[in-house]
Design a protein around this ligand. Structure first.
Ligand code: FAD
Length: 371
């Protein structure tokens, strides 16, 4: 008789939602994480009374009422609306691309004036079948928007020239002909009051957890504790990298404490030109309308990834997709192990999507009646 029904490897949102739901269904769960805290990438570290988003800025947004109600069981959300600014060539602009941006860029005041410029630039610089990211962007929004906001920023993000990046990275570049700086189009948006840890603690209330435990350092012992495993770590690592490494893009975060109340007046300022190596500065207190005397900012530097670094963004190219397919096939043949979450599925997911996918997984399993 095993002590647990489920050993859940990874205390991120996928694992925490899974543990919560299964505990509610009378199953016994043990959640382990190799990091020294719960929450995975949504974890916030409290400093000077400010919730610092340790693994990058996280803004919750969704169109799905069910997911919104789900997270609201655990935390109250504030009315933060993401309205990033962009600094490029010494000037500040509003994002996402909207009538404010066009006014700041060209002085245009009406949608007709702005649309005329964009259409003319698309006609002048665009091509019929774009072969790389640069051609794709020029075909979607024209030269000025591309050169002011997209070129250097994307090159910093991916560490490659825009002419060497595939066109499919940018599928659409929405432009808005209204004066609306709300970055997301979703109906529901906000930051949990008290930070994301409030949600994680709510999800894991009454669940056994252990931090600082790496599954691979004690695999046999850990596997012996439970009937089934839910694995949310890297899928290639699970199979001992036998089909090769899956590649990622990484990030380096430089946190700074400043002895002033307000550093940049906004939570997110993007640095879109090439004169800065970082892509954005986050000022965490503005996510929660903080009034502290001090402030904490984070500079976000894109980096090449190696196994000593955190894996942030999967690199979606044919090499990695081929390798991933092999691991996926093996994972489907394996009994007793459920693979889920961004690292096991080698996929970028937003928070609302990862919660939805964990809930779907729980439903699928709960439908299968025991023999
Ligand atoms: P994770 O949170 O990564 O959890 C996996 C956990 O497994 C980790 O804690 C890891 O330590 C643990 N683990 C791995 N291997 C082992 C092992 N061998 N043993 C033990 N433990 C192990 N989403 C939004 O909706 N809005 C945003 O604004 C937003 N901003 C983002 C910004 C950045 C920079 C990034 C990278 C992501 C952002 N996201 C955002 C996405 C969000 O972070 C993810 O959707 C979510 O965190 C994924 O949860 P997860 O459980 O799949 O993975």
């Amino acid at each position: 008789e095993k002590r647990y029904d489920y050993l859940i490897v990874g205390a991120g949102l996928f694992g925490s939602v899974f543990a919560h739901e299964m505990t509610n269904r009378g199953k016994k769960c043990l959640v382990i994480d190799k990091r020294d805290h719960l929450g995975g990438n949504v974890y916030c570290e409290e400093k000077e009374g400010i919730n610092v988003h340790k693994y990058g800025a996280h803004i919750f947004h969704t169109n799905d009422k069910k997911i919104w109600d789900y997270v609201n069981q655990f935390a109250t959300f504030n009315n933060y609306i993401n309205s990033p600014l962009s600094l490029s060539k010494g000037k500040l602009y509003n994002l996402p691309f909207n009538m404010n941006t066009f006014y700041q860029l060209w002085g245009t005041k009406t949608p007709q004036e702005a649309k005329k410029i964009i259409d003319e630039q698309i006609a002048q610089y665009g091509v019929k079948s774009p072969q790389n990211l640069e051609e794709q962007a020029l075909s979607l929004v024209g030269k000025d928007i591309y050169e002011t906001f997209i070129k250097a920023y994307t090159e910093k993000q991916w560490g490659k020239k825009a002419t060497e990046l595939p066109a499919f990275i940018i599928k659409r570049l929405p432009v808005r002909y209204t004066y609306n700086n709300n970055y997301f189009n979703d109906i529901y948006q906000g930051i949990p009051i008290g930070g994301y840890n409030v949600i994680i603690n709510g999800l894991l209330d009454g669940v056994d957890t252990k931090t600082g435990v790496d599954f691979f350092e004690d695999r046999i012992e850990l596997e012996s504790l439970a009937d089934k495993i839910v694995y949310t770590g890297k899928i290639d690592e699970f199979f001992g990298y036998k089909h090769g490494y899956l590649e990622y893009r990484s990030l380096r975060f430089e946190h700074e404490l400043h002895d002033i109340e307000n550093y940049q007046g906004n939570a997110v300022v993007n640095y879109n030109d090439a004169s800065y190596a970082f892509t954005r500065i986050i000022e965490h207190k503005h996510f929660e309308f903080g009034k502290q005397d001090k402030t904490i900012i984070t500079k976000e530097y894109p980096e090449n990834w190696d196994r000593s670094k955190e894996a942030y963004y999967p690199i979606n190219n044919s090499r990695n997709q081929e390798i991933f397919k092999k691991y996926k096939k093996e994972s489907q043949q394996l009994e007793g192990v459920i693979f889920g979450g961004r690292l096991a599925e080698y996929r970028y997911y937003d928070m609302h999507q990862i919660i939805a996918s964990s809930l779907v997984k729980v439903e699928e399993i709960s439908k299968i009646k025991p023999q």
